[in-house]
Design a binder for this molecule. Structure first.
Ligand SMILES: [Zn+2]
Ligand SMILES: [Zn+2]
Length: 190
């Protein structure tokens, strides 16, 4: 059966050529380079900016079944704090440890990563590594105070922030959730 994938793009920095390993078990190659991040690497609230540098520090080692890739990929992250909406910049290191099996080699599961000719594609690994490790509720800091529910002021900048007439505490939690407002509730009752 032929591979369902489209051919790999050699110009992508995440496609590595293993040709010089020559399929000699034990042959090794060190790769330290910076490549451009692909698009759509992340989730809605936080992700890797497209085109930002991905630092690869990898060892390619030829083994009997294929090429073993170990090392790290370091990416930049940009997102937004879910409490105070401040921009977050961060960095993330992804551990890479993957065996790419030679095309046509037997005794491996269908899901195994495979070489295509001499090429290996790091992009699926990078996607899995990034997406699985991303915080689904990114915070600018663990104790972020968020925004004032009445006026939207950033409470991290102004911890003493208060209003003359405080909101009815019974509604405070609901208002914070954003789905019920005191006005709505009163008119519903009347
Ligand atoms: Zn925050
Ligand atoms: Zn306020």
């Amino acid at each position: 059966m032929s591979s369902p994938h489209r051919p790999l793009d050699r110009r992508s920095g995440l496609v590595l050529d293993t040709h010089e390993l020559g399929r000699r078990a034990g042959a090794m190659k060190q790769i330290q380079t910076s490549v451009d991040a692909p698009a759509d690497l992340g989730i809605a609230v936080i992700g890797v900016p497209p085109g930002s540098p991905v630092e690869l520090d990898l060892r390619l080692e030829s083994v009997v079944e294929g090429v073993l890739v170990t090392g790290t990929a370091t990416v930049a992250l940009v997102g937004e704090c879910v409490r105070c909406l401040t921009e977050i910049s961060d960095e993330m290191e992804i551990d890479v440890q993957e065996l790419f099996v030679y095309p046509g080699s037997e005794a491996t599961e269908d899901e195994a990563s495979r070489l295509e000719g001499d090429l290996i594609d790091l992009e699926p690994l990078l996607r899995d590594g990034v997406v699985l490790d991303l915080p689904f509720q990114p915070l600018c800091r663990d104790d972020c105070q968020g925004l004032c529910i009445e006026c939207g002021a950033n409470l991290n900048d102004d911890p003493e922030h208060t209003h003359e007439q405080s909101i009815d505490p019974r509604w405070e939690r609901l208002a914070a959730l954003g789905d019920v407002r005191p006005d709505d509730a009163e008119s519903a009752q009347g």
